[in-house]
Design a protein around this ligand. Structure first.
Ligand code: MV4
Length: 447
C-alpha cells in the first residue's frame, strides 16, 4: 500500500504528479534545492524537504539525500518524474533495498534499456523490427567495415550508453569509418564511462514515432497509441502530436500491437515508450524509454487515461484500471513546449516573469509551474510550461492551438511562443508534412 509519495523532481512534472496524488488521496512530499524553496511544487505538497544546494548533481540527483528525505517524511514510495534519477537502475535498487517503492519499471528493465545494444537485441527477440546493423558491440574497424559494406553507406555509429541523440556520428564512406569509430568510442568512454559502440544503417528522412505502453509487471499490457515527435531541434522536442499525421490506421494498429505484445512478453511494469524511426512505410525500433515522458499529456488527451494514475496503481499492486478493448481513442492532440529561451538563438532566458497569462477554454490544458512574479532559476532546464491542445480532429486542434497561442502572454523573459505562431501558419505543418530534419532546415532558412 502506498500512503505517502515523495516526488523526486521539480518544475511542471512535480506538479503533474502531485495533482494525481491528490486526486487519489495520497499524501505528498516535495523535495527541493535551495534555489526552489518557494517553487510551486513545494507550496502545493503536503510536506517538503530541502535536499541540497542549487546544482542538480548536489540535490535532485543526490540519491542519499532523497532516501533520507523518505525516511524523515515517512514516504514509502518515490515518483521520479522524467530526467534526473528517473532512468537510474541503481536508484531503483537503492530504494527497494531500503524498503521503499520505486514508481517505475524494475531495475533490471531499466538496465537493459539503458544499454542501447541490449535494448536492440531484446527488441529483436520480441519480434520488433529494428534498424539493420551490428548485433553486438563493434570490436575493430575491420568488423565495422564488413558490416557497413553489407548494410550499405551511409551508416551511423552510436554509443551503447548514449541515447537521446548523444554520442552519434554519421559516416558516408568507408574511408571515414576508422576515424569515426575511434572518435565515437573515446567520446563514449569519457562521456558515459563505457566505450561500447554499434553501427546502424543511417535513415536519411525518417519521422520519429513512439508508442506509449503500460504494463502491470505480470504480462497484462496496454498501448495508448503513438506520438509523432519529429519536430525537434538538437534532439530537444519542440512540438509533439498524437496521433501521427504520417501514419494510416493500419500502420498505427500494426506498430501499437507489436509494442504492446513486446511489453507483455517482457512482463514490463509501469509506463514505457518504444521509439521508432519511420520511413517509407517501415518502422525501425531505436530505443525504449523506461519513464514517464514530457509529452505524455497528448496521449492522455486522446485516450482519456491518467498515465500517472496508472503508474501509481501498478506500483501499488492493483494492476491496470482497464483493458485494451475499453480504451477509446478520440480526436487529435498537439503539445507545444514553452521554453524560457530566445526564439531565434534558443539561448536560455532565465529571470523574472513579470506577467503570465494562460489561454483557456475547451480542449486547452496548461501544465506549468510558473506564475506572474516567478523568477526562473538559471540552474535547470528551460521548460516553463506545456500547452496541450485537444480537438475532435487535427483541423480543429490546429485552429484551437492558433487561438490559444494568441491568448498566451509571457512577459519579462524570452520564450519559444513566437516560433509556434510561425509554425501554426506554415503549410507543411498544416499538412503534417514533416520529418526529423524539418525544423532545423526551416530555422536555417528563415530570414
Ligand atoms: C538514427 C537516425 C537515422 N538513422 N538512427 C537521434 C536520437 C536518437 N534517439 C536516435 N537518433 C537518430 N538515430 C539511424 N539508424 C537519426 C536520428 C536522429 C533523430 C532521431 C529522432 C528524432 C530526431 C533526430 C534528429 C537527428 C537524428
Amino acid at each position: 500500500m502506498i500512503k505517502k509519495i515523495l516526488i523526486a523532481n521539480r518544475g511542471e512534472i512535480a506538479l503533474r504528479v502531485l495533482r494525481t496524488c491528490k486526486e487519489l488521496g495520497i499524501q505528498t512530499v516535495a523535495v527541493h534545492s535551495t534555489a526552489d524553496a518557494h517553487a510551486m511544487h513545494v507550496r502545493l505538497a503536503d510536506e517538503s524537504v530541502c535536499i541540497g544546494p542549487p546544482p542538480a548533481c548536489d540535490s535532485y540527483m543526490n540519491m542519499n539525500q532523497i532516501v533520507e528525505a523518505c525516511e524523515i517524511s515517512g514516504a514509502n514510495a518515490v515518483h521520479p518524474g522524467y530526467g534526473f534519477l528517473s532512468e537510474n537502475a541503481q536508484f531503483a535498487d537503492v530504494l527497494e533495498n531500503n524498503g521503499m517503492i520505486f514508481i517505475g519499471p524494475t531495475a533490471a528493465h531499466i538496465r537493459i534499456m539503458g544499454d542501447k545494444i541490449e535494448a536492440k537485441k531484446t527488441a529483436q527477440q520480441l519480434g520488433i523490427p529494428i534498424v539493420p546493423g551490428s548485433q553486438e558491440k563493434i570490436k575493430d574497424s575491420i568488423e565495422a567495415e564488413t558490416i557497413a559494406n553489407k548494410i550499405g553507406f551511409p551508416v551511423i555509429i552510436k554509443a551503447a550508453a548514449g541515447g537521446g541523440g548523444r554520442g552519434m556520428k554519421i559516416v558516408r564512406s568507408a574511408e571515414e569509418l576508422p576515424l569515426a569509430l575511434s572518435v565515437t568510442s573515446s567520446e563514449a568512454k569519457s562521456n558515459f564511462g563505457d566505450d561500447a559502440i554499434y553501427i546502424e544503417k543511417y535513415l536519411e528522412t525518417p519521422r520519429h514515432i513512439e508508442v506509449q505502453v503500460i504494463g502491470d509487471g505480470r504480462g497484462n499490457t496496454l498501448h495508448l497509441g503513438e506520438r509523432d515527435c519529429s519536430l525537434q531541434r538538437r534532439h530537444q522536442k519542440i512540438w509533439e502530436e498524437a496521433n501521427s499525421p504520417g501514419l494510416n490506421p493500419e500502420e498505427r494498429q500494426t506498430i501499437c500491437d507489436i509494442a504492446s505484445k513486446a511489453c507483455a512478453q517482457l512482463k514490463y511494469r509501469g509506463a514505457g515508450t518504444f521509439e521508432f524511426l519511420y520511413e517509407k512505410g517501415n518502422f525501425y525500433f531505436i530505443e525504449m524509454n523506461t519513464r514517464l515522458q514530457v509529452e505524455h499529456p497528448i496521449t492522455e488527451a486522446i485516450s482519456g487515461i491518467d498515465i500517472v494514475q496508472e503508474q501509481i496503481r501498478i506500483a501499488s499492486g492493483y494492476g491496470l484500471s482497464l483493458s485494451q478493448e475499453k480504451v477509446r481513442f478520440s480526436g487529435h492532440a498537439i503539445e507545444c513546449r514553452i521554453n524560457a529561451e530566445d526564439p531565434v538563438t534558443f539561448l536560455p532566458s532565465p529571470g523574472l516573469i513579470t506577467h503570465f497569462h494562460t489561454p483557456g477554454g475547451l480542449g486547452v490544458r496548461i501544465d506549468s509551474n510558473v506564475y506572474s512574479g516567478y523568477r526562473i532559476p538559471p540552474y535547470y532546464d528551460s521548460l516553463i510550461g506545456k500547452l496541450i491542445i485537444h480537438g475532435r480532429d487535427r483541423r480543429e486542434c490546429m485552429m484551437r492551438l492558433k487561438r490559444s497561442l494568441s491568448e498566451f502572454v509571457v512577459d519579462g523573459i524570452n520564450t519559444t511562443l513566437p516560433l509556434f505562431q510561425h509554425l501554426v501558419n506554415h503549410q507543411d505543418i498544416i499538412n503534417g508534412h514533416y520529418n526529423i530534419h524539418w525544423l532545423e532546415k526551416y530555422l536555417s532558412e528563415k530570414p
